[in-house]
Design a protein around this ligand. Sequence first.
Ligand code: HEC
Ligand code: HEC
Ligand code: HEC
Length: 427
Amino acid sequence: MITTRRQRWWLALAALAVLALTAFFLMWRPALEPQAAAPRVDAALVARGANLSRLGMCAACHTVDPLRPFAGGLALTTPFGTVHSTNITPDAQTGIGAWSFEAFERAMRQGVSRDGHLLYPAFPYNHYTRLAQDDMRALYAYLMTRPALSAPARENRMTFPFGFRPLLAFWNLLYLDESPWRPDPGQSAEWNRGAYVADTLAHCTACHTPRTLLGGPDLKRQLDGGEAEDWYAPALNAKSPSPTPWTREHLATYLRTGIAPGHAVAGGPMQDVVVNLGQADAGDVGAVATYIHGFLKHAPARAIPAPGPLPAPGDKDPDLARMRLGYETYAMACASCHDAGRGASSGAALQLQGAVALYDPDPRSLVHIIREGITPPDGAPGRWMPGFATVLNDAQTTALAAYLRRYGANAEPWEDLDEAVQKARTQ
Ligand code: HEC
Ligand code: HEC
Ligand code: HEC
């Protein structure tokens, strides 16, 4: 077919118009009508929704002040900027009081707000999307019966071009799988319950799976270890760095209390997870433990190294000066609590060669623990450790971490240790 120059121009123009239209329909979502009256709900549904909300950890992100539950305002730092959670109380002006069930469901399954703007995946709708319909109704009933609180949305600070929300349509194209959740008939009912809760609500993989450059889950590396708020979230499969093998029972205890015999206490973002799971149905959390343990049990058994204070005389440690500083720092700041080993009623803590943070592939969690200490959440069972941010300088902190890595975990040095310590200080 012979085309004139003019015809080619027209073709190109038409192609461009089609492209623009496709992009528009991909990115544009209509606003949904506000609802005039509050929905009628029954108490049993609300009670079910309460449990689901804990399993889904809605409060972990939407509650900043415990006296103002679900009023939003938490700042979440992402590689693309800072996003704030919003008010999901039934306040008609600043919350979701005017949201029909359809508007709520669309937000939870497609990441679209009632007025049609696309929501950032810092809100894990790519997990909630696969919730069963009756669970979605129960969650809605629960939220719509909370006290209505006025709290306008806080302004987000995104790096260019991520402030332009319609671009999220492309993220959804890549990472949003809206197909309903299906049980695996080859597995037990308990395993399937755990899989459903872990994947749709508790979004364990959101933190424990590495992310791609676009911030989506790297699905080929499920549970291979990820990150959250600059903490490393350890692998929960055969790649687990844990020096102590996990049993299903210890995992169930850890998920509800944040502590289990022989294992480090839950720190950083994992604290919020256990606070929420601690208030949820024990059977549901036990099912999650069964499901996750199915992956964790493939981790190879390791021997915990005996603590070695320093190289024997004559040993040629190229890093001897730093190791000595690390050892001295340990002796001065940590040994009084960590040397003896954790006892049931003593204030002493785990011997550090049993702490997973020493075995992580990067030093971020250990650096945060040293600097910030461990503050058990209000009212939750937990044990307290002071933070050393103002006590130790960078050289001491780095030396301490390098010493613990080498003589505690007997592992290869962390290459990015200096950067991690500097970054933690400037945060
Ligand atoms: C990891 C943090 C996180 C968790 C967990 C979380 N949310 Fe959110 N949620 C957010 C953020 C951040 C936003 C705002 C996103 C934006 O503005 O683009 C949001 C927005 C929403 C919205 C849309 C509100 C609006 O005005 O557009 C709804 C509805 C919502 N969340 C419900 C829930 C429910 C229900 C749960 C628990 C099942 C939950 N969220 C758990 C972070 C979270
Ligand atoms: C006042 C006592 C105390 C001091 C001093 C202390 N810790 Fe802790 N540390 C604790 C307690 C308590 C826990 C939490 C639970 C436990 O292990 O029993 C903890 C937890 C930890 C953890 C997480 C693993 C775990 O044991 O649960 C690491 C890692 C850690 N501390 C490192 C250090 C380092 C490094 C120092 C020195 C800079 C230090 N701690 C100083 C009491 C202390
Ligand atoms: C908001 C992010 C986040 C979510 C969601 C999350 N985790 Fe974690 N998890 C972490 C981080 C970070 C750590 C490391 C904590 C530390 O070093 O103290 C951790 C630690 C753990 C550990 C201890 C690992 C070890 O070997 O010592 C287990 C087990 C665990 N998480 C299981 C789960 C399960 C199961 C779920 C889902 C129910 C879940 N996590 C959801 C961030 C998260």
